[in-house]
Design a protein around this ligand. Sequence first.
Ligand SMILES: C[S@@+](CC[C@H](N)C(=O)[O-])C[C@H]1O[C@@H](n2cnc3c(N)ncnc32)[C@H](O)[C@@H]1O
Length: 274
Amino acid sequence: MPLTVTDIDFVRDLVVKQSGNILRTGQSDLIESRLAPIAKNAGLANVEQLIAELKRSRSPRLSDQVAQAVTVNETSFFRDVHPFNALRSRIIPDIMKENAARRDLKIWCAASSSGQEPYTLAMVIREHFPTLSDWNVRILATDISEKMLDKCRSGQYSQLEVNRGLPARNLVRFFDRSGSVWTTKQELQNLIDFQKLNLTTAWPLTTQFDVIFIRNVLIYFDQKTKAEILSRALRLLRPNGYLFIGSAETVIGLGLPLEREEIDGTICYRHANR
Ligand SMILES: C[S@@+](CC[C@H](N)C(=O)[O-])C[C@H]1O[C@@H](n2cnc3c(N)ncnc32)[C@H](O)[C@@H]1O
């Protein structure tokens, strides 16, 4: 039996409260298919029973699982390519001059999904900046989804995934192959820390970052949530740092102290009045 409108509305409300994600109407099939394994793991007969259990117990653990399950995890290596060109041609060289005395480079990838984005950042650094090998370079990759973080940590990708956006020379240099599975080499994995972080709750972060990527996740939030997340991110961005959002995302109307800059075909944002 299909889910009732009341059940779907209940799930949509729960997801907004848990993760800020606004599910579009007409996503009942997605809700049903993503929640079925959670129902099964919890020993419940079906998704209707899972929803009944959530209504009854308000279990934080089950609620979190539901919010994680309905996230959209679409990503690819070198997605939109221009941000990575800008990092290579201008941004990292400028940061290297700026940070020459303390010799550190900190990047935060704030919705890392299955890891293609942080591994792309690691490849850009290792391929084009050999002098950074004795710097303290850290990429923090965070996501709300533990399933995605497990995949990030494994560094394992299918043939289909490596066929999307990854240049052949990077595949050869930075991956090991075992049958149809490609695994990122240790030299990339060593640069990245993976951590669960929900952008709509408290962030256990004190680090200041030179570059922050919050790409292709803002589209799932309302304006107020978007503004809050970006203004908190700005507090973690070093004075001369760079913020990237997705190419289909905008900061227009959010009233944030940001200056827009175009570098090598991409738009990024910097502190206004820095
Ligand atoms: C479409 S992917 C974007 C991946 C990557 N940034 C890119 O541009 O290719 C969106 C990611 O945001 C994560 N996400 C959604 N809501 C979140 C939240 N409240 N906190 C942290 N991550 C969230 C999802 O789990 C998903 O992996």
